[in-house]
Design a protein around this ligand. Structure first.
Ligand code: NAD
Ligand code: MG
Length: 378
């Protein structure tokens, strides 16, 4: 069970909910980091009194240093600061809750210190899954998923000693805000439409990914790496209610599911308390009033991002890094109002056609795939 935690990306949706869990469970905070939200980080630092507070933006770091001058908190900036927060000796656990591939180097830094990783930053696994997991094995670092679906799979796989008995992993998918819409209807969808998610309140990038269903595609690749399963043994089921967080089907056709209210504080907490469970702030699930649970197939023709991700999963090598880099860039363009909603899939597909995939990649190949994919989108 974790005692002292460093949170990378503490001002975001996952970061803030992690602090609620930490406060409720009486754990300590070693380091907090954010990109540029100085006021929020200052308030968090005053409340949780970490050893270190980091702003990746250097100007924001200078500002924070002045603001925290009356405290004992050390302030650092840039990628060096992020790496320092990841490797800080006081922390036994690092929650990776930054958004995007920028999380890769700090995640590796934490792994090399043998820390437990509460992994929210799925982009890191999509780009460099085999590399990250190999390092974790070498350094004896536990990687416990924070993503609700992967936490559900983790829980449903516990006690199963023989992975050969697993027939299939089934990821549930809410369908996002545009469930049931046709391609023609999706054409005119705006940033504001895409940011209105029915069941979860999350950061902007993942909310757009949930609208395109790219999020589920990234999650298939994340599950493939985390649980060493080939993509053909991972299915996606539309489950609008977000009550079942995912399922494991075994070779005797038994299915195990994990249920809970849609509340990220539960998977966050389990990543910190595993293998124990303790009472915490996550909402109770009221089975008598949660209504019927429904299941259906995803529409891969309309939501092409999911299809593209499944293709990248099949292709392997740097295909995940290309998919992810192109998607990060395309989503940023969509959020900036530069391209339409359906252009996101078009841009990602274009990059996948242009950039050559390398098998068994090293870190250099992954960074190059990411760079080339972003350039192709631009
Ligand atoms: P968010 O946008 O709310 O927060 C992101 C955090 O990272 C902020 O603290 C921000 O300051 C920091 N950050 C942003 N860009 C940065 C950069 N370039 N360098 C350093 N720090 C930077 O995002 P979120 O919704 O909390 O998601 C974080 C991660 O968790 C993502 O990888 C997402 O896919 C994953 N995740 C989120 C949820 C959720 O419910 N929000 C669920 C599952 C997985
Ligand atoms: Mg998820």
């Amino acid at each position: 069970m974790s005692k002292c935690i460093s949170i990378l990306g503490s001002t975001g949706s996952i970061g803030r909910q992690s602090l609620e869990v930490i406060a409720a469970c009486g754990m300590e905070v070693a380091a907090l980091t954010a990109n540029s939200s100085v006021e929020k980080l200052e308030a968090q630092a005053r409340q949780f009194n970490p050893k270190l507070a980091v702003m990746t933006d250097e100007r924001a770091a200078a500002d924070l240093k002045v603001r925290l001058a009356d405290t004992q908190v050390k302030v650092a900036g840039g990628m060096d600061g992020l790496l320092e927060a990841a490797a800080i000796p006081q922390a036994d656990t690092v929650i990776t809750a930054v958004v995007g591939m920028v999380g890769l180097r700090p995640t590796l830094a934490a792994i090399r210190e043998g820390k437990r990783i509460g992994l929210a930053n799925k982009e890191t696994l999509v780009c460099a899954g085999p590399l990250v997991l190999e390092e974790a094995k070498d350094y004896g670092a536990q990687i416990i998923p924070v993503d609700s679906e992967h936490s559900a799979l983790f829980q449903c796989l516990e006690g199963n000693r023989d992975r050969g008995e697993v027939k299939r992993l089934i990821l549930t998918c809410s369908g996002g805000p545009f469930y049931g819409k046709t391609a023609a209807e999706l054409q005119g969808m705006t940033r504001e439409d895409a940011l209105r998610h029915p069941n979860w309140s999350m950061g902007a990038k993942i909310t757009v990914d949930s609208a395109t269903l790219m999020n589920k595609g990234l999650e298939v690749i994340e599950a493939m790496h985390l649980y060493h399963m080939p993509p053909e043994k991972i299915s996606v089921v539309i489950h609008r209610e977000s009550i079942i967080h995912s399922l494991v089907e075994y070779c005797d056709n038994a299915m195990l599911a994990q249920l809970g209210a849609p509340d990220m504080r539960l998977p966050i907490q389990y990543a910190l308390t595993w293998p124990k469970r303790v009472p915490g702030p996550a909402q109770e699930l009221d089975l008598w009033n949660c209504g019927p649970l429904t299941f259906g197939a995803p529409d891969l023709k309309t939501f092409r991002c999911l299809d593209l991700a499944l293709r990248a999963a099949q292709e392997g090598g740097t295909a995940g890094a290309v998919l992810n880099g192109a998607n990060e860039e395309a989503v940023a363009q969509f959020l900036a109002g530069k391209i339409g909603f359906l252009d996101i899939a078009g841009k990602v597909e274009g990059a996948m056609e242009q950039v050559t995939v390398v098998q068994n990649p090293g870190i250099g190949d992954i960074l190059e795939a990411d760079r080339a994919a972003r350039e192709a989108v631009r």
